[in-house]
Design a protein. Sequence first.
Length: 603
Amino acid sequence: MASEGLSSQLKEMGTNSPAHKRIPMDSYSSGRPGRGLCSCKSITTSTCIAVLTCCALYISLYKTGLLQTAAKDPVAVSALPDDLGSFVRVSGTQFELHCRPFHIVGFNAHDLVPKAMINPWEYSTEGGETGEKLIRDSFAVAAAAGFNVVRTYAHTTDSRYPFQDPDGEWREDVLAALDFVVEAARAHGIRVMLSFADNWKYIGGVPEYLDRSTTAPQRQQNRPPDAIGDSDLGEYDEETRMYELERHTLFYTDEGARELYKEHVQKIMQRKNTITGMAYKDDPIILGWALLNELRCESWKVPGCPNWVQSWIEEMAAFVKEQDPRHLLTVGMEGFWGRGSMAAGNNPGQWAEETGQNFTRNHLPSAIDFATTHIWPDNWEQTSPEFQMQWLAAHIKEAEDRLHKPLLLEEFGKKLDKNVGKEQFLADIKEKRDPIFRTLLAIVKASVKTERALQGWLFWRWDVPVYSGSHQEDYAVRPTGTTFRYLAAHAHMLRSIQNSRAPRADCNVKMGCWMAVDPDANSSNKLPADKRKCVNKPQVCRSYWAAKSIAEEHGMPTAKVADDDGPVAEIYPSESACCRPGLGAFRHGCSGLLGLLQTAAGP
């Protein structure tokens, strides 16, 4: 019903579619490049010439940094020119990869970095496993479910594992844990969205930046410790609450806080991953960046702060793009409209006008590539399907009419009482959480099928069960539950629609139709090494993409055929794209040295 309702609303609005090491060379030879692997001992002259020719190319690629492999779990990664669109881009109101739509379907797991550092000899862990192993296992389940993006935080989320010590020194072990998270995601074909800072918590957030700044006023009273879970200043006494609200707004104007934030951003973007040697700013496995999670200022307390927020967004967005022009960038906001905005009537309440946000204005800067919105039925006291439909329809309209940018449902979740018994908790999932998720997924489906601006979702949240006994969590969506099954089915459906659509007619890249030789066998990603091969099947793509022209000819929705008969295999524009480890058809890339060379050298 939600899908039909949104479709009719959209029709009325108008169409407007638019701690690891790199593998040593000794693993390939008995010493320096040119020995061992490249030895001509005991082979014929003609074979020797072939071997040396191949090795010359290999050594050249290695010396220039274009061919790198990871020890123990070898994943070849290349710092290539972006000639095939390995970075997700935007085209009008659509996300795009290889000149074709890219629909974001994934999850929030904000605390992966500290969880990657947990080990069974210090803590009681699930199954006695390391945090790294449990994260890998979770990513494997996510990939099988069809999820293609994880959003996590590239800042401190656990005081035991700070990105920086109190004296400002960067913690290499924590940064290496972030490296691991990125590589574990790559190994399962999952792109990573990184958020630089948080509005709510002290550590890694706005209050900490102000307290570290040498230009901000000295704190006059101690800040109460953060609560576990949702943050709520309303729990403070009135004097403390007013002080914290007013101090919070200084973040957007204080010179020292701004410089500290830029230092953090630059550190993350320019960091070279210790597993691949590739700088984050050059890595296509990273989908993009978010400036600040749910940025806010209380304009009822400090009336001028919405303008400060806007200036801060413009300054920081320009700074990020100057450092890294290829990755996508967004703000990371809930999506409220401020006082005086014509769309403010769509807010969940009048209080939302006083949060310092203005969805449309905040996303207008050219350095911001796409818009985001969140939905929190419990926090906002808006649980009806009608509100969810109206909220998203209004954001779709603004994204198309005013912003001309894609829209992502970046966070949505439903809080449950984790203290009830197991049977009641399972019943609550079905009766309270599932209906909200089904409504939101139906709205996204309606938008995707009609090629509107809302192009994906990231649910809140995947709680990787690192600690033993952590079974019920208020927001956690577990793979064993009914909610997860709805999400996985929706992810596979959007993948079918995505694969059914042909490249843009004006695409300036020669497109093939490359896929795994045996897509069904590859679904488990456990093919023998000699079976990891890609093949070009243009006739298959022509068959799939004919669905679009057939649908248009008969006046059907463009992606109608894809719902029930869409392609299962992922399609790539070239053999090198198909063979690219993690981002291609196989976790470890195609078979043999030739596959590695093709991956590094491109088409």
